[in-house]
Write a protein that binds this ligand. Structure first.
Ligand code: FAD
Length: 408
């Protein structure tokens, strides 16, 4: 057995974990293994500034190359781990080589869900990696027609970028409203109006049945008989955790790799962090999976501490952001199971709007969605963590400064 820590997946979680291991005092070798060829980069700009051509990959690096060397982290890019032998404590690489470990951390992230009607067709794009944007970017040209399948955050961010490049964009969403899985009707309504005011057509409750290629054009036929024509498609219908490596090694998995509050899997020498995990949330009293940079970084830091022998419970308030046109949406907590929504400010005015939606359950703040309301966002994170009861009148009252909610 080697004394190394091997980390599989060199993105937000893997990089944070590797660097935190050194801060926690891990002195043995660290191997950070990733199958992508690029030096690790920030993923969120892919559907924002990078797709818009405003930020190149070199400006998106998570850390400079030198930092890995300075911390004695052996970064192996373009390297895929094919399997794990937990009994021998070894991983097998695609190249056939085996590497031993003392501790293993799985930071394998998630992969896009494929859209069956579009399988095998040309000019159908997904947005998960820098390579995906390299393929898509040449098609983003004035006057072209794009169809975005899926009205979630990534599809809508892409729609916003395309609309600003004078691409004609339609968004097709199967659910009754865009962002249905992640936000309330009030926020969905605001986002729909925002997109429509920028010329994007939004169609909800639409199910694509088939897609035909007619020359360079695609004909999209929906179950209700509606048809759309487009030059290219962007699919954003969610992701699936990359859990097969763990599953095939006999490690417990569900909707992702199951970890406990210490980020440990069912194998005591194997930890996991980031999009690939399902973890217990003490705040929400249930198992959750998250797809956010905050979760990838914070969970990875907790995992690193625990690999180094600490007993650090991971119990962070989830938060997330999305940039569309010139608005920044910031979300704290998980807004499921709420019984009351309180609005502070006004959702009128498109890109000029400034408001927060607070989600309460039995009077306790469990989540907040904020547009141009950074103070409300910051305070909400604190209140959610503390499980604070707060009166709707206080939240609504613009004369009360958000900081006072903490003592209200
Ligand atoms: C377009 C886009 C926009 C986003 N915008 C936001 C945002 O605005 N705010 C926000 O909070 N979050 C956003 N996210 C989500 C955020 O990027 C993810 O939550 C984050 O990347 C998760 O990090 P991770 O390290 O867990 O996984 P990933 O970033 O998915 O990285 C996992 C890595 O592991 C590698 N890997 C997997 N299996 C193997 C293997 N067997 N061998 C070797 N390597 C392997 C993968 O190739 C990948 O590089 C966005 C995501 C995307 C795609």
């Amino acid at each position: 057995m080697s004394d190394s820590c091997i980390i599989v997946g060199a993105s937000h979680a893997g990089v944070s974990l590797a660097l935190q291991l050194r801060r926690e005092g891990w002195t043995a070798p660290i191997k950070l293994i990733g199958e992508e060829s690029e030096l690790p980069y920030h993923r969120p700009p892919l559907s924002k500034e990078h797709l818009a051509g405003k930020k190149d990959l070199d400006a998106m690096r998570l850390r400079p190359a030198k930092l890995y060397a300075d911390n004695d982290i052996d970064l192996l890019l373009s390297t895929r781990v094919n399997s794990i032998d937990t009994a021998a404590r070894e991983v097998q690489l695609q190249s056939g080589e085996s590497l031993g470990y003392q501790k293993l951390a799985l930071c394998t992230g998630a992969s896009v869900r494929e859209f069956n009607p579009a399988r095998g067709l040309e000019n159908v794009f997904y947005i998960r990696t820098a390579a995906d944007i390299a393929r898509l970017a040449p098609h983003v040209r004035k006057g072209r027609r794009a169809l975005v399948i899926g009205g979630g955050y990534i599809g809508l961010e892409a729609a916003a970028v395309l609309a600003q490049q004078e691409v004609s964009v339609s968004v097709l969403e199967m659910a009754e409203r865009i962002l249905q899985r992640v936000t309330s009707p009030a926020m969905s309504d605001y986002m729909q109006r925002l997109h429509e005011s920028h010329g994007v057509e939004v169609h909800s409750g639409v199910e694509v049945e088939s897609i035909r290629e007619e020359g360079q054009e695609k004909l999209i036929c929906c179950a209700d008989g509606t048809e759309f024509r487009a030059d290219f498609l962007i699919v954003g219908i969610g992701v699936e955790a990359n859990a097969s490596l763990a599953l095939n090694a006999g490690i417990e998995t569900g909707a992702g790799i199951q970890v406990n509050e210490y980020c440990r899997t069912s194998d005591e020498h194997v930890y996991a962090a980031g999009d690939c995990t399902v973890h217990p949330s003490l705040i929400y009293q249930r198992s959750i999976s998250l797809e956010s940079v905050q979760n990838a970084n914070d969970q990875a830091r907790a995992a690193a501490a625990n690999i180094c022998g600490k007993e650090q419970v991971y119990n962070a308030v989830p938060w997330f952001w999305s940039d569309q046109y010139s608005i920044k949406l910031q979300m704290a907590g998980l807004n499921t199971d709420y019984d009351q929504v309180v609005m502070r400010g006004s959702a009128e005015g498109g890109i000029e709007a400034s408001f927060a939606l607070f989600y309460l359950k039995e009077g306790v703040l469990i989540a907040a969605d904020c547009v141009a309301r950074p103070k409300e966002f910051m305070v909400s994170k604190k209140l959610i963590k503390e499980g604070t009861k707060i009166a709707a009148e206080h939240l609504q009252n613009e004369e009360i400064e958000p900081i006072s909610f903490v003592t209200a």
